[in-house]
Every structure is written in C-alpha cells, then in structure tokens.
Design a protein around this ligand. Structure first.
Ligand code: FE2
Length: 333
C-alpha cells in the first residue's frame, strides 16, 4: 500500500509518500518552506507561494519515490486546523489529483498527524502527548477512541510567545540557532527570576498573553534582557509541565511524548525528563525532522485511516481552520 500525503496548514508545503511497512516506510519527503521577509506568516502570501511551488514539490516527490502516480492507493490531505488560504491550496491540489487519478481521498487532521507520526517514530504506545508548536499548545491523551484535550492555551501558543517576543525585541530572526531557540540561548545568561510576571494556569489551561505583555513592558523599561528571557521561559515551560503532570496523574498513563516544533528545545526536554522520572514514565521526544510540519505525517496518518476505511468524496473535502484534535474518531487505535 502506498499513500501520498499533502501538508499545507502553515509555512510548509510538504509532500510525503509512504508505504505500509515497519521500517523504511518513507518513499519520498519533500518540503518547500515559506519564509516571510519580515514579521510572522502572512497567510495570503504563503498561500500564493504554495500555489506557485506546490505542483513542482509534488513532481519532485513522485520522482524521489520512483513510482508511477497510478501505483498510489490513496491521496491524504491535511484539511485543518491551520490558516485558511494555505489549507485551501493543499486541498485543491489533493482533490484535483485524486479526481484525475480516480484515487480515494483521505481527510487528515494536522494535530492527529503530529501525534501519529510521533507514535510511529518514538514507538510509544499510549502516551500523554505534549503538543507544542508555533500555533498549538495542548496536552492530549487517547481516551475512548479520541485524543482528549487535558489542557490547552487560552490565547497564544507557546511557540508563538517565544517567536513573537524574540522578534519584537530584536533577538530574531533566525529563531533557532544550533537547535536552540534564541530565547533559550538568551536565558542562559540570566541570573534571576523577575517579579510580577504572571504565571497563569486556569484549571487545566494555560495562558501566555499576559506573560508576553509583562516581558515587553520590562524590556521597554530597560530590564536586563537575559533576566527577561529566563523568566519568560521558566514560567512558560513550567506552566506546561504542571498541566502535563496532572494529565499523567489523571490518566495514569506511563508515557509522555513531545511533538511539534518547540519539542526541539533541550531546556524543555530536561524539564520533561525530570517530570517523567518522578512519575515513573517513559519520555519520547519526536526528533526535529519529524516534529516540524511535513508531508510524511499526513501520508502516514492517511495510511492508518485508509486501512480503517476512512475516505471522503473530493467535493466534500473542504478545509476547517478550527478542526480540533478531539473531534476526530481514532478508529484505528
Ligand atoms: Fe504543525
């Protein structure tokens, strides 16, 4: 069985081709990344970039896999959550090739795909998932055939907090240097935790917008940037840890898996290792190459879904910018 997957939810147009196999399951993995000249991602600009580069990315992937498109069993596509204009490019291309080739189309949730590729790579079985990326902060775990949310951000995502602060005070771009976020690097030289920065955990949810505001205010007052970065990262990471710890206790699961672009942070990893040790849990961190957005995760999740008989008619395959992870029936687990 061979499945082609298309990812286009944010900054990456990715095409992955996978086969149903334990090892060496990747036949092709091509990613075209949109890099904004300044500021954050501009959805419309990114979508234009995707429309321009998409067909070529697809061609390269098919060449890399060395297969005839007729050999594909199905086309999988990320229909959400993400940025509308970006999602629509991937969906349009996927619907077109599925119709043209007469192949089934599989609708994949991007967050579910992050988890499924993480499970495939880390070989964990049933973890509490800490999902941290530019656009998402959520602690989820599989209960009764759904990835239930045991806590999430009430406003901005952790990655967004770090990136926005770094950008607005002139630490970035680039956002990551030698595998470390610039806020992490800056924090290494910090010597004290500042007072009056809000640590917000409400019930099981976290909130970072007040933290961002406090950090910017301190910066404008001329407070040492290293201390600000140290305070920012400690509060942000620790609040995520607190929620993850409660999810572990509540679900009684014995594995933790970190997925998403922020998973690469060595500082966060160290904290999670301590947490895992304390609760006798095993920690799995998805390596950066698979933790960031890519087409492989869509193709792999598409494969699991297709094997369970989940397909969608192309005309009904519309994007959903706010498609939540807990709205998907995980029938294959
Ligand atoms: Fe993502």
């Amino acid at each position: 069985m061979i499945i082609l997957g298309i990812e286009s939810t944010a900054h990456t147009f990715g095409v992955g081709i996978v086969r149903d196999s334990e090892e060496n399951f990747v036949l092709a993995d091509v990613r075209t990344k949109y890099e904004p000249k300044e500021g954050g991602i501009h959805p419309r600009e990114a979508s234009r970039f995707f429309a321009e580069k998409g067909p070529e990315t697809l061609r390269i992937a098919l060449g890399e896999a060395g297969i005839n498109p007729k050999e594909l069993n199905a086309i999988a596509v990320a229909l959400g959550p993400g940025m509308g204009p970006c999602l629509r490019v991937g969906a349009t291309i996927a619907r077109t090739i599925a119709s043209y080739l007469g192949k089934p189309l599989v609708p994949v949730n991007h967050a579910v795909a992050h988890i499924e590729i993480g499970l495939k790579i880390t070989k964990l079985k049933d973890p509490v998932v800490v999902y941290l990326s530019g656009g998402n902060t959520a602690i989820v775990a599989l209960v009764n055939k759904r990835y239930r949310v045991f806590g999430e951000t009430l406003d901005i995502a952790l990655g967004n907090l770090l990136d926005s602060f770094a950008r607005d005070v002139g630490l970035a771009p680039p956002y990551v240097v030698n595998g470390m976020h610039v806020v992490d690097i800056c924090a290494e030289k910090g010597s004290r935790i500042l007072n009056n920065f809000p640590y917000v955990v409400r019930g099981q949810d976290v909130s970072f917008s007040g933290l961002y505001t406090a950090a910017m205010k301190a910066f404008k007052k001329g407070v040492d940037i290293h201390d600000i970065c140290l305070t920012l990262r400690e509060i942000a990471y620790n609040s995520v840890l607190e929620v993850a710890a409660r999810a572990l206790m509540h679900t009684k699961k014995r594995e933790i898996m970190v997925v998403g672009g922020v998973a690469a942070s060595p500082v966060l990893r160290e904290k999670l290792e301590m947490l895992a040790k304390r609760y006798g849990a095993e920690l799995g961190v998805v390596p950066p190459n698979y933790a960031v957005d890519n087409g492989i995760m869509i193709a792999w999740t598409g494969l699991l879904m297709y094997k369970s008989g989940i397909t969608i008619e192309p005309r009904r395959a519309v994007v959903n910018q706010r498609w939540r992870v807990d709205e998907v029936d995980i029938v294959w687990r």
